[in-house]
Design a protein around this ligand. Structure first.
Ligand code: DC
Length: 222
């Protein structure tokens, strides 16, 4: 079984790379951030206090997060409703980060990611895949970029979806989210010792993909 773990901060290009890599290698791609985003969306809609673990647990027990493939495209369902586009809204990002720090949430999401990964070859992107979800993954990468580059990319991405946000706000939200994700108690964002570090700040998508393929090719020969 081949498992490729790609961790790193938001906006480093993980999902773009993971998607392309999965296609090139003809294996499955699992966007673990999308799972936390579903819970963030539900919490946002219901005005839930994410600091109250008992309330979060109650919501979690009554929530279905499902990743399905329709004509080869990954779709994310929250309680049987397609929320693939909605979970990408800017307001959902912070809520996803906040709810992802709640212990019962991390446990449930990690268990279901392990279940998915044990059945097939796959690429998973997230924050804790190489450190906590699948510490025995064959390939581990830590993909990063400067906060400024990530904010620029995010502004463009949001604009393409009709959400115009000022660069300064996006940058400060990114810095706050990095802090949140790397300082939580359980499974924080961290570069593990056996992960290959790739900085995409000054690289094109093709250049990043090539770096991944070189590492994967080299390691496969070992
Ligand atoms: O990758 P993303 O920006 O879509 O993830 C949204 C949030 O979910 C992120 O701020 C932290 C959380 N997350 C996590 O804690 N662990 C993961 N494996 C993936 C995402």
């Amino acid at each position: 079984m081949i498992t490729i773990a790609i961790d790193g901060p938001s906006g480093a290009g993980k999902s773009t790379i993971a998607k392309l890599l999965a296609k090139k290698l003809d294996i499955m791609y699992l966007d673990t951030g999308a799972m936390y985003r579903c819970l963030g969306l539900k919490a946002l809609k219901s005005g839930l206090d994410v600091k109250d673990e008992a309330t979060v647990k109650n919501m979690l027990d009554r929530t279905m997060v499902d990743v399905r493939y329709i004509d080869g495209v990954q779709k994310v369902f929250l309680d049987d409703i397609d929320v693939t586009a909605e979970i990408r809204e800017h307001a959902v990002s912070k809520m996803a980060s906040d709810i992802s720090a709640v212990p019962c949430v991390r446990k449930k999401m990690a268990d279901s990611q392990r279940e998915i990964a044990k059945k097939r070859d796959c690429v998973l992107d997230g924050r804790d895949i190489g450190s906590y979800v699948l510490p025995d993954a064959k390939f581990k990468f830590f993909l990063t970029a400067s906060a400024e580059v990530r904010a620029c990319r995010r502004v463009k991405e949001l604009a393409q979806k009709g959400q115009d946000l000022p660069y300064e706000q996006v940058l400060s939200d990114i810095i706050a989210r990095d802090y949140n994700d790397s300082h939580r108690q359980i499974a924080p964002l961290v570069q593990v010792a056996d992960a290959v570090l790739i900085d995409s700040s000054d690289l094109s998508v093709d250049e990043v993909i090539n770096k991944f393929l070189v590492v994967i090719g080299d390691k496969k020969r070992v």
